[in-house]
Design a protein around this ligand. Structure first.
Ligand code: SF4
Ligand code: SF4
Length: 398
């Protein structure tokens, strides 16, 4: 079986599908046959090398929930017909037939979601008869239709192509050192210049597993954009939604104040900053887990005692291993905060104990010491201190 991917994909990973000219359907820009606004949309879920964890994450989304999007509970979204290998009610040929119909242009408009990494089928010689890594269904000759075949055939005509999870975005765990399939992300396979019918690159929602809300919210945003009801989703240079992946984990971590004071955990179970023990990568990792949390505002890595291992990043997992070791770059910065923190912590404690008293108590207390007097003198110089009230309490007011 000669397939488009065999002819076009050279293994380098950055050749756009349109330039390869090998798609079974014409490139989206040439077709121009999909209206930007529509009442109904098919979504085809293509699985590569995956553990189905991203499906579980998406199913756990609550803000908005997957079922809200599918049942039309979110106003203005088109009706969604989801073709998902786990959630579908059809099976066997009936299930694959819908994908075939999309290939023939009979299910426009449609979007595709990719879960799992894309194997390099070129490593296996021949047209599939010698074996393949991932496939779903068979063609008219009884040959397996591989994951890359589905991508070649459906991506050019898709209104949007969304990669869910780190395997589909960057290759993830199946692409780790030593993997036999030369696995890669969807953007590497389709090319960075790939554009969907709506003019969008591959939209990447990474995470292992991703925050379900991040994914469903991104889908909803794209659909609203397609309806002309929302602006173009802001994506970074790697196709990540900027509003979700623009900040580091560290920025929103609830242990950040410990880091600032150089107060680091020394054992498991500590509520302090985890940068040294067990070794957190949060300061350099783009992810919104600490603020969005895992499911319905609950859980999520350091919120429940875990550290950041960088699972949303293109370098994951190889660049973040061994996991339970202090990140090499953190030695200098954490030493700096440790020195500063040693000075800052006692001063803050002093401020805290002073601010933990009513001003009336200060006046009434005969036992106020020299340290407290000094602090009061210092504080009175600040704009926030109500000197009039203090004078009044002392009987010095007019
Ligand atoms: S636990 Fe990690 S993300 Fe949180 S403050 Fe410490 S280094 Fe930053
Ligand atoms: S905080 Fe780190 S380990 Fe947790 S989901 Fe985000 S990137 Fe992954």
């Amino acid at each position: 079986m000669a397939t488009s991917s065999d002819e076009g994909f050279d293994g380098s990973g950055f050749e756009p599908a349109a330039e390869r000219g090998d798609a079974a359907r014409p490139a989206a820009a040439e077709r121009g046959d999909v209206e930007p606004e529509f009442d109904e949309l098919h979504v085809f879920w293509i699985t590569g090398e995956s553990c189905d964890g991203c499906t579980i994450a998406a199913a756990g989304a609550t803000d908005p929930g997957l079922e809200d999007v599918l049942t039309g509970a979110v106003p203005q979204l088109p009706k969604i017909n989801l073709h998902h290998p786990v959630l579908a009610t059809e099976w066997g040929e009936n299930y694959v037939d819908e994908f075939r119909a999309a290939m023939r242009g009979e299910r426009d408009p449609y979007a595709i979601v990719v879960e799992g990494s894309v194997p390099n089928e070129k490593l296996i010689s021949g047209d599939g008869e010698d074996g393949y890594w991932i496939a779903m269904g068979e063609d008219e000759n009884g040959d397996p239709i591989r994951c890359v075949d589905w991508l070649d055939r459906l991506a050019p005509g898709a209104a949007a192509t969304i990669a869910i999870g780190t395997c589909a975005t960057w290759g993830g765990i199946p692409a780790a050192e030593g993997n036999p399939t030369d696995a890669m992300g969807t953007m590497d396979y389709l090319g960075r210049d790939y554009r969907s019918v709506l003019g969008l690159p591959v939209i990447n929602v990474p995470g292992c597993s991703p925050v379900g809300d991040n994914f469903v919210e991104t889908v909803a945003h794209v659909l609203l954009y397609a309806q002309d009801l929302a602006p173009l989703p802001e994506l970074d240079e790697l196709g990540r939604p900027k509003w979700l992946f623009g900040e580091t984990v560290h920025r929103n971590c609830n242990r950040g104040s410990y880091y600032e004071e150089g107060d680091f955990a020394e054992e498991y179970g500590s509520e302090k900053c985890l940068v040294k023990e067990p070794g957190c990568w949060g300061p350099v990792v783009k992810c919104n887990m600490p603020s969005r949390r895992a499911v319905d505002g609950v859980g999520g890595c350091m919120n429940v005692g875990g550290k950041c291992i960088g699972c949303t990043m293109p370098g994951f997992p190889d660049k973040f291993t061994p996991y339970f070791k202090e990140p090499p770059g953190s030695t200098i910065s954490s030493a700096g905060t440790k020195i500063l923190g040693a000075l800052m912590r006692p001063l803050r404690r002093k401020s805290m104990s002073n601010l933990d008293r009513e001003t009336r108590w200060d006046e009434e207390s005969s036992g106020i010491g020299i340290e407290e007097r000094l602090y009061e003198w210092y504080h009175r110089r600040g704009a926030n201190y109500d000197t009039g009230r203090q004078d009044f309490q002392r009987g010095e007011a007019d």
